[in-house]
Design a protein around this ligand. Structure first.
Ligand SMILES: NC(=O)c1ccc[n+]([C@@H]2O[C@H](COP(=O)([O-])OP(=O)(O)OC[C@H]3O[C@@H](n4cnc5c(N)ncnc54)[C@H](O)[C@@H]3O)[C@@H](O)[C@H]2O)c1
Length: 396
């Protein structure tokens, strides 16, 4: 049995104290043995002070102080997508390893520049979504790799939600990167890359977001009407290097609650997957002569983070597992699973679809990515979910 206690903890700082920061801060502080969450920072120091009080973090810093600090090794960037480039660049130049929320950046050239800086300085970058390290997608990968449903020939993914209405509550969605492919579709693209490998070429048709008139009158500060920039309805096709063909359907001009579908079709059976924006998406396999069977999870990180008293945003599950994987990669001198190549490939697929929509032509991808699976047989809880267990060992 390998031990995780032999590794020195990685001193970590979080930058960005908005909505998603609660679950990251809580998990990084309390859940992952490898992380020493030493400091938090934000554009407004008051925002950081507030979270520091709630979660018991000793140090509140400015962003420049994080860059200048001698002891912080890893920075977790939880700012909006259009800010990622400048913050990741500043931290890499200061010699820090960086985990950043999705999308990596908003332009491919910016991500390429960051990747070069990381390579030149021998630093690692990790990019969300880290839900692909959750029990749902890792279990799916395990059964696919076992050959249970044969070779995959095709699949389809679909996500429909009222992105325009959501942008009233989550105001960062009103900016670049807020349309459905970048905000929600990226979880499906990340999951497909994790399960099926690199995408070779893409093509798509798309439509913009509707002009949205404010509906949630209790939310202060929104303009009377706005339009989320970019493609908000997308029908596309992906051809993977392996030859697998996948249809994608993202509709953010829809009404009502979120509806999702994710299916893969193999030569010996079919697999239905749950929502890859969650850690606990159910896996159902259909084989000839059998009723469809809901499969047991083969992996931990099932979204139930086992941290005692419930806190807001606990529903966001095991976010931070990609940070822990990066921390082990630093200590083990290996590549991290959610590598910069993974972040770049997710982004090139989405921007390639946009390019195809504009040009009317097929877009050939230049990048490649592979996500190393986690080890099976380690779980987040034991004794019917009453005790925390050893899932962290699956990262090592
Ligand atoms: N909210 C969600 O449900 C959710 C889920 C998954 C991922 N994400 C991603 O996480 C990131 C943050 O999302 P959020 O919902 O927490 O956003 P938010 O708007 O609630 O918070 C963003 C934080 O970044 C800070 N910030 C903004 N500009 C900055 C700058 N120039 N320098 C330093 N700090 C700056 C803000 O002060 C704020 O604290 C985004 O990339 C988003 O796509 C959000």
């Amino acid at each position: 049995m390998s031990s995780i206690h032999k590794f020195k903890k990685v001193k970590t700082a979080v930058i960005g104290c908005g909505m998603i920061s609660d679950i990251y801060i809580r998990n990084l502080k309390e859940l992952f043995d490898i992380i020493d969450l030493a400091a938090i920072a934000n554009r407004s120091v008051n925002g950081a002070k507030e979270k520091a009080n709630i979660y018991g973090i000793d140090r509140v810093m400015t962003i420049d102080e994080v860059a200048a600090s001698q002891d912080i090794e890893l920075v977790v960037n939880l700012t909006p997508a259009d800010v990622h480039y400048s913050i990741v660049k500043q931290m890499l130049e200061a010699g820090k390893h960086v985990y950043t929320e999705k999308m990596f950046t908003t332009k491919l050239e910016e991500a390429e520049e960051l990747m070069k800086i990381a390579d030149d300085k021998n630093l690692l970058i990790a990019v969300a979504p880290d839900t692909v390290l959750g029990a749902g997608i890792q279990t799916a990968r395990h059964y696919l790799d076992s050959g249970l449903i044969g070779g995959i020939t095709s699949g389809f993914v679909s996500v429909n939600r009222d992105q325009c209405l959501m942008s009233e509550l989550f105001r960062f969605l009103q900016q670049e990167g807020g349309a459905i492919p970048y905000d929600a579709g990226i979880y499906y693209i990340g999951a497909l890359i994790t399960l099926l490998g690199s995408v070779k070429r893409v093509s798509g048709f798309g439509a913009p977001a509707l002009i949205h008139d404010k509906q949630l009158l209790f939310v202060k500060g929104n303009p009377d009407s706005w339009q989320i920039p970019g493609t908000n309805v997308l029908c596309g096709a992906l051809e993977f290097e392996s030859g697998v063909l996948v249809s994608i359907h993202f509709n953010g001009n829809n009404v009502g609650g979120e509806k999702t579908r994710f299916e893969l079709f193999g030569t010996r059976g079919n697999m239905e997957l749950g929502d890859p924006n969650r850690f606990d998406g159910e896996i159902t396999i259909s084989l000839p002569e059998n009723e469809p069977v809901k499969m047991p999870f083969t992996h931990g990180f099932n979204g139930k983070n086992m941290l005692g008293d419930p806190k807001p945003f606990d529903g966001y599950g095991h976010r931070g597992v990609g940070v822990a994987d990066l921390a082990y990669a630093i200590r083990q001198g290996r590549k991290n699973r959610l590598s910069k190549e993974y972040g770049y490939h997710c982004m090139e697929v989405l921007l390639g679809l946009d390019e195809s929509i504009k040009s009317g032509k097929v877009y050939e991808l230049k990048s490649r990515a592979e996500v190393e699976p986690l080890k099976p047989g380690f779980y987040s809880s034991m004794f019917d979910g009453t005790l925390r267990a050893d899932a962290e060992l699956s990262l090592v």
